[in-house]
Ligand binder design. Structure first.
Ligand code: F6R
Length: 601
């Protein structure tokens, strides 16, 4: 969804901007551009990835100690050199980089054209530069013009703005798209996400919607866009390290993040062990429970539904946040608990669902990875997943840590509500603590999975089936494959197979059967046999060795309670998707058409 960055200080800005954009490339990677200033503005931009353009355009050689930059994920206008950011006004003195969508740009553009402004690109962003130019005609200060112009915008925007006539400052604005300031010593940074400036500072200030920052090398001021009044902001110290945001010898971030899961799950457990009971007590009284999320986080929500229903006898409605916000207005109320799951804490649909829930008086609990992100600031309660920064676009360690904290919460809720036998809860807790070891064990299957990927490289369709809580694993396994290998995949409950999808099973079609021991194990075996009868290629995951007899490939999984199994069983499926993607020549860290954090609806 585009990444923006800004720097002002004593160092050469271009190098910092290019390096920071590399760390933001997961947010968009179809075009790149930067503007720096040394007496005048220097702009270089083009379609393509940063590494190519860095050499081609000699980006890092641009002069000056302040600048802003952008990596694009196209929304308005195809990815080409002209549509790449920064965009400028008619005079070329105002440069803007933007993440988000300006909804009323067509009407603004036509008004500006009538006033004589000439547009160069097809983007919605360019109107911003011209609007400021227009406002500057009758404003005594650049800041005044900026506010006047920005108040005309409708939509989502995180902006970096630079004016040739104001050599000491940069301007940043946030409305519904993430933006964070990095506070250095004699230098300041701003970016869509913290890893962009993590080599230089871990002191950050999160901007809220409707705020803008005026930043010089030694100071920053945050103000309300509507009133122009200054706002007090807290400086947070983030405990992420640079190593966390680097590949550390792995060929891709995704592979590194898959392998980090034993540690991430451990951090999720120990980071919440002391506080989870208190959260459970606070939510126990709510009769109506909703879970809202998108994508992988939504799949964690599906698992949560089984956990809360089985352990705490609580019926749970899991909804995609994009649907919830339009369909649940009359259903959610002050007796409702809404659990929002979002690793970034910035997903537009999930934030909109949270806002609706708050408006209707519901209690909102967010499960979030990024400290200080918007979801955490909108919610009544927050549980952090402590996964560390996740750079690969495909979610891996943030998913298993979401599952971990949701499992802990369901166990704690069951204890408060006294809904299940205490010995059973103790057994679950003991197994939970062993999860890092179990994940480590299944990571040992990597070579076997790589060989399997080699065998299946040309298959067109995959099916993932499971029952009960394993439906979540089926859905997530299929999503991982689709998004990075570009192979069509469907995840479904095994019971559904006979009601239609079985028609698609023919010789050699891979069917991944997620079959932990539990209530429905026998039923799963029957479903596997139905696939075998149509000569499908069954890959089964389970702890019961009987599965080996009915499967082409069997991955023996640790013996673990079915309710905890999603946290372990997804790991081989992440590896399968990863190796298929790499073998097919795709970059798993940057899947086509996708961006890490979806900050537009
Ligand atoms: C898939 C993936 C996405 C995200 C979704 C929600 O691998 O990463 O489906 O899960 O965009 O993102 P968050 O969790 O940041 O709200």
């Amino acid at each position: 969804m585009c990444g923006i960055i800004g720097y002002i200080g004593e160092r050469e800005a271009a190098e910092i901007l290019v390096e920071g954009l590399k760390r933001l490339e997961y947010r968009g990677y179809d075009s790149v551009g930067i503007v720096t200033e040394k007496g005048e503005l220097f702009i270089k931009k083009g379609a393509g990835k940063i590494d190519e353009l860095k050499e081609k355009l000699k980006l890092h050689e641009m002069p000056g100690n302040r600048g802003i930059g952008h990596t694009r994920w196209a929304t308005h206008g195809i990815p080409n050199d002209i549509n790449a950011h920064p965009h400028t006004d008619c005079t070329g003195k105002i440069a803007v980089v933007h993440n988000g969508i300006i909804e009323n740009y067509l009407e603004l553009r036509s008004e500006l054209e009538k006033k004589g402004h000439t547009f160069k690109s097809d983007t919605d962003t360019e109107v911003i530069a011209h609007l400021i130019e227009e406002a500057l005609k009758d404003s005594s200060t650049f800041e005044g013009a900026l506010r006047k112009a920005l108040l005309k915008l409708r939509g989502s925007f995180a902006l970096g703005i630079m004016y040739a006539g104001d050599k000491e400052r940069l301007y940043f604005v946030r409305n519904e798209s993430p933006l964070v300031l990095g506070i250095g010593n004699g230098e300041m940074f701003a970016a869509s996400d913290i890893p962009a400036f993590l080599p230089y500072t871990n002191k950050v200030v999160f901007l809220d919607d409707g705020e803008y920052a005026v930043v010089s090398k030694d100071a920053f001021t945050v103000k309300d866009l509507g009133t122009g009044k200054e706002k007090k902001k807290e400086i947070h110290e983030i405990n992420w390290t640079l190593e966390m945001a680097e590949k550390q010898g792995y060929p891709h971030f995704m592979l590194k993040e898959i392998h980090e899961q034993p540690k991430a799950v451990k951090e999720a457990i120990y980071g919440n062990l002391e506080t989870i009971d208190k959260v459970a007590e606070e939510i126990a009284k709510y009769e109506k429970m909703f879970v809202v999320a998108m994508g992988t986080s939504y799949h964690a929500g599906i698992a949560a539904k089984y956990l809360f229903q089985r352990l705490a006898n609580k019926p749970v409605l899991v909804e995609e946040a994009s649907e919830f916000r339009y369909e649940f207005e009359n259903i959610v109320d002050e007796n409702s608990l809404v659990i929002a799951i979002t690793q970034s804490g910035e997903t537009a649909d999930t934030l909109a669902a949270i806002r609706l829930a708050k408006k209707k008086g519901a209690k909102v609990l967010s499960i979030v990875n990024v400290v200080g992100s918007m979801a955490t600031r909108l919610s009544d309660l927050v549980i952090y997943t402590h996964a560390g920064p996740e750079i690969g676009v495909a979610a891996t360690k943030t998913y298993t840590t979401q599952l971990t904290v949701l499992t802990m919460l369901a166990i704690a809720l069951a204890k408060v509500l006294n809904t299940v036998d205490e010995d059973y809860l103790k057994k679950l807790k003991a197994e939970l603590l062993k999860l890092p070891r179990y994940i480590e064990a299944v990571l040992g299957y990597e070579n076997k999975i790589k060989s399997l990927a080699e065998e299946l490289i040309d298959r067109r369709d995959f099916f993932y089936i499971g029952r009960g809580i394993s439906v979540a694993t089926a859905l997530e396994g299929a999503l991982k494959l689709k998004e990075i290998s570009y192979i069509h995949a469907e995840g479904l409950s095994a019971g559904e197979l006979k009601h239609g999808p079985l028609a698609l099973i023919e010789e050699g079609v891979p069917v991944v059967a997620i079959s932990p021991s539990g209530k429905t194990f026998d039923k799963m075996v029957s479903n596997i046999q139905e696939v075998n009868a149509r000569k499908g290629f069954v890959i089964s995951l389970g702890d019961n060795e009987e599965l080996e007899k009915v499967s082409k490939v069997f991955l023996k999984m640790p013996k673990i309670d079915e309710l905890l199994s999603p946290i372990v069983y997804i790991v081989p499926l992440q590896l399968l998707a990863y190796h298929l993607a790499v073998l097919r020549g795709n970059d798993p860290d940057k899947p086509r058409n996708l961006a890490k954090s979806v900050t537009v609806e």
